[in-house]
Design a protein around this ligand. Structure first.
Ligand code: ATP
Ligand code: ZN
Length: 286
């Protein structure tokens, strides 16, 4: 029987879309029609399981799934024995402690003896322990933000992205205790065949991620400016230089990182670059 890598992704939620896009950008096709719990790729040895994110680390620890994508918050909180294979850069958020807006906060020690409602007792417990603070952790599974207003707890510890939910519940963020992004986790004892399939996926993800961070730049210039412009184009290799039909002019092609882009584009113009085209790149393979 040919090996197939079983991949667990969130069925619906804040990780789903980016997780599925990641595989699509890697050219792995599958049908994820509404309500489906399982899908097999039509062009790659992979099968997808659509699950609640909280269940994914357990499935991966048991080897029911070979690989999965979850937030680091869920990975650390569930504390399962899985390999941390790759950080993926999406679904960024933070886990913070918040208290009623009118209250004064001078530091972590203000939490001593307080009760804090959270769905993250492990991460919160680690944080309090690190700071030598004893507080009562009140574990609840959802709607954490309303806990103080109904008298259930003095503070909350929950996921924050913009802070809007906290604000509308009369709370203010006082302590960021954990920063999270999506992470690929995998079964620690994959067979060599499955490891090989996983490596193929990692290779493709690298190519896609590199491309996302880069732009393809094409520009025209007088030949006498080529050296100065070349110094501003730290491409993968030397830039390609092609003569234009107009005597004394050339076109230069190179790849530039997104970070370098705005900074260098001004300098390129000053150095004599004209007609600068900047294009997205789909994949970069070294
Ligand atoms: P499920 O039904 O699968 O249990 P859930 O309600 O627990 O879903 P979501 O709200 O979909 O989870 O969030 C999934 C993960 O996305 C979180 O564990 C966190 O890592 C990340 N996340 C949460 N909130 C945000 C946000 N506002 N922006 C970006 N990422 C977020
Ligand atoms: Zn969940």
């Amino acid at each position: 029987m040919n090996d197939v890598l079983r991949i667990a992704v969130q069925k619906s939620g804040r990780l789903s879309e980016d997780s599925l896009n990641l595989f699509k950008e890697c050219g792995i096709k599958f049908d994820n029609g509404a309500g489906k719990l399982k899908a097999t790729s039509s062009n790659f040895p992979a099968e997808f399981l659509f699950l609640r994110d909280d269940d994914i680390p357990g499935y991966v620890e048991d080897g029911v799934a070979d690989m999965g994508i979850v937030g680091q918050n869920v990975h650390v909180e569930t504390n399962k024995n899985v390999s941390e294979t790759k950080l993926l850069g999406f679904s960024k958020c933070r886990l913070s402690i918040a208290i009623p807006r009118g209250e004064v906060y001078n530091g972590v020690t203000d939490l001593e003896g307080k009760s804090i409602a959270t769905s993250y007792p492990i991460i919160l417990g680690n944080f309090l322990k690190e700071h030598g603070v004893t507080a009562h952790i009140h574990e609840i599974s959802g709607s954490v933000e309303i806990a103080p207003s109904i008298g259930l707890a003095d503070a909350v510890c929950d996921i924050v992205s913009s802070g809007g939910t906290l604000l509308s519940n009369g709370l203010k963020e006082v302590e960021v205790i954990f920063r999270s992004e999506a992470i690929m986790i995998s079964y620690p004892k994959l067979s060599p065949e499955k490891q090989d399939i996983l490596n193929q996926i990692l290779f493709r993800i690298d190519a896609v991620q590199r491309a996302k961070n880069s732009k393809y730049v094409v520009l025209n210039t007088r030949n006498e400016n080529i050296a100065a412009i070349r110094a501003l184009l730290p491409g993968m290799k030397a830039p390609s230089i092609l003569p234009l039909a107009d005597e004394g002019w050339s076109s230069m092609h190179s790849v530039i990182t997104e970070q370098d882009f705005w900074q260098n584009i001004e300098k390129l113009r000053e150095a004599g670059a004209e007609g600068i085209l900047v294009m997205p790149i789909e994949k970069i393979i070294y």
